[in-house]
Design a protein around this ligand. Structure first.
Ligand code: ZN
Length: 512
């Protein structure tokens, strides 16, 4: 499947078609990789893991070879130097720019480093599992030392002119620069820490006891599917299955898989897992279908992806309007558990704020404090101002400052996330960027769509989804996230919408 070098006689349009054709073939194989990964996390028999590892590595090798095929690079370079890259239609100009950027970054990684990163990531994740089990920071620290050294090397190879942390963030949030994000996060933190204290000290704290009554999983399955369908997840082009760690994965223009997990004594686990992943899924289903496998058909960034999931999960799914529609549906599904309750009581029970050690279980308000802590610490390590050896103590200090509690064990502190072991450095800030973008988009949608609240209360989500389709999904990856948000909302990216949204919604639920 090696592309031949570009014949001199090819017109720029023919060259563009050939480059797109190659990129689509890479996407077809990459989707096979995604299918193997989805199956691994949903249906793979326990003993089949090691052969699946071989299958995945074999496909990954082919994908990487195709992606970095020098003949493909020559064609892209010829295109980038030709007239289409400057005076073609905007979508073509953008596609050429992004394909060239992606190819250059990939090609700058020596094969040795790619292999070392892949191997170290697998070994470090195993070491992390054992270290977390034993709650032993000392057992994991040397692996982290090794991983951060490789990530520094990767940053220097791929984007040598950029700050090393920015170079790594670029894989997840293209073009992002840490000083602006750090300033935004610092202002956000300055508002959230006191909000958490105020919620914790509030005289009328919401109590989630009524959500902890037994709801059979079979009933939960029907309920969450109804909700996902109603908000706009297309089951003709997608599926919902069970996974220990919920995720969304796309393996074709008409094949988007979402997953959730179940807790018989806390139905919000499944419901909010589904609202979150369906938010990701509806973004994938809303990307320009004809450009699947090419930048105009791809997500803008992880931050934008997360904005779509968090918008549906929190800004829609925890609102009084949503519960006006959803409560009768939930009561029909769980007549025993919800007998004698009201929509208001359920909605308020979903607004508890409790500082806790584990990020993935955190409430909406404290969640960002978890993310900002990791952003500051991993950046300091990358930039050489914090030694890996001091990471655990720095974590505990910062945790106590922000949350007022100190992790009793390393498993509940510095060892809780798999990201660093997997080499995902520069990834964490996208979680809070997603919340920030979501709040700003929701504010804009509410301003531009009068009566949105009433529509949601009536179970009509089409207007909101269409607005997101038009202003966010339709642009694919052609705009970077800052420009996309600014264009969609009419204002530069700011943390003020998230602060206002949290203060307003959680203030109301706590009688502040
Ligand atoms: Zn997500």
């Amino acid at each position: 499947m090696t592309a031949s070098a570009a014949p001199a006689s090819q017109t720029p349009e023919e060259l563009f078609a050939a480059v797109c054709d190659h990129a689509r073939r890479v996407a077809v194989l990459a989707s096979v990789e995604a299918l193997l990964g989805w199956d691994e996390q949903t249906f793979l028999p326990p003993e089949a893991g090691s052969y699946r590892g071989e299958q995945a590595a074999a496909v990954a090798g082919i994908v990487h070879r195709l992606r970095t095929d020098p003949a493909h690079g020559d064609r892209i370079a010829a295109l980038a130097a030709g007239p289409l890259a400057h005076s073609g239609p905007a979508v073509v100009v953008g596609t050429i720019r992004l394909l060239e950027r992606d190819f250059t970054k990939q090609a700058r990684l020596p094969a040795r480093l790619v292999e070392e990163l892949a191997k170290t990531s697998i070994d470090a994740q195993q070491a992390w599992r054992a270290a977390r089990e034993a709650s032993s920071w000392a057992a994991f620290a040397p692996w982290l030392e090794r991983m951060f050294a490789l990530k520094r090397e990767q940053a220097a190879c791929q984007l040598p002119d950029r700050d090393p942390y920015d170079a790594l963030m670029d894989d997840y949030e293209p073009g992002a620069s840490w000083p602006a994000i750090a300033a935004q996060f610092e202002r956000l933190r300055g508002q959230i820490v006191p909000l958490v204290r105020a919620c914790v000290d509030a005289p009328q704290r919401p109590d989630d006891g009524l959500l902890r009554r037994a709801c059979p999983v079979a009933d939960q399955r029907r309920f969450v599917r109804t909700v996902a369908e109603r908000i706009g997840f297309d089951f003709q082009r997608g599926r919902l299955d069970t996974a220990a760690h919920p995720f969304c994965s796309t393996m074709g223009p008409d094949d988007c898989r979402i997953t959730t997990r179940w807790d018989e004594r806390f139905f919000p686990t499944a419901l909010y897992g589904v609202l979150h992943e369906a938010g990701h899924g509806m973004y994938e289903q809303g990307l320009p279908r004809d450009w699947h496998g090419l930048p105009p058909g791809e997500a803008a960034s992880l931050g934008i992806h997360e904005s779509q999931s968090r918008l549906w999960e929190n800004l829609v799914g925890r609102s009084p309007a949503f519960w006006e529609w959803c409560f009768p549906v939930a009561r029909d599904a769980f007549p025993g558990a919800l007998a004698g309750t009201t929509a208001d009581e359920v909605q308020r029970a979903l607004m508890t704020v409790t500082p806790s050690f584990i990020r993935v279980e955190a409430d909406e308000v404290t969640y960002n404090l978890h993310v900002m802590l990791r952003f500051d610490l991993e950046r300091a390590v990358m930039q050489g101002t914090l030694a890996v050896a001091d990471l655990r103590d720095a974590w505990n200090e910062r945790f106590e400052t922000d949350f007022g509690i100190r992790p009793p064990t390393d498993a509940e502190g510095v060892l809780q996330d798999i990201h660093w072991a997997a080499g995902l450095v520069g990834y964490f800030p996208t979680y809070t960027l997603g919340n920030l973008f979501a709040a700003q988009m929701m504010h804009a949608a509410e301003t531009r769509l009068p009566g949105l609240d009433r529509e949601i209360a009536a179970g009509n989500f089409r207007g909101l989804l269409d607005w997101l389709r038009q202003h966010v999904h339709a642009h694919g990856r052609l705009l970077d996230s800052e420009r996309l948000v600014e264009q969609a909302t009419g204002s530069p990216v700011s943390e003020q919408w998230l602060v206002a949204s949290l203060q307003h919604r959680y203030g109301a639920a706590h009688g502040l």
